[in-house]
Design a protein around this ligand. Structure first.
Ligand SMILES: [Zn+2]
Length: 117
């Protein structure tokens, strides 16, 4: 009796993801890593709080909504992990904030970060 090899089966199934999208699991352009690195060199701090740690390059228009904007700098903004969720996604990974750039700017102009220095 030949054994069936599950070679065609995906090694993991990406279904509903309560932890939010994992960038490493999303389908991304092969050019994305270079674009992301270049962007972070020019924008090495969170647009909201100025943090330089735990940074994500956020797509203002999500790649799954419109991947034509994936590599367009006008669609990118640097956010720390916390602000990525709150400002980029309204606290909900399945939501997104088309006004994240102006929101971030308003917060930065408004003064020091709420949580301290
Ligand atoms: Zn931040």
């Amino acid at each position: 009796m030949p054994r069936l090899h599950p070679a065609d089966a995906p090694s993991h199934v990406s279904g509903s993801d309560p932890e939010g999208p994992d960038p490493s699991l999303q389908r991304r352009s092969p050019h994305w890593p270079a674009v992301e690195r270049a962007w972070l060199r020019q924008n090495p701090d969170c647009a909201v709080c100025g943090s330089t740690e735990d940074l994500n390059v956020h797509h203002i228009v999500p790649v799954h909504i419109d991947d034509r904007w994936e590599l367009d700098e006008r669609n990118l903004i640097t956010l720390c992990r916390a602000d990525h969720l709150h400002f980029g996604h309204h606290g909900n990974w399945s939501d997104w904030n088309p006004f994240v750039a102006s929101d971030a700017k308003a917060v930065r102009i408004g003064g020091p970060h709420l949580s301290g220095t």
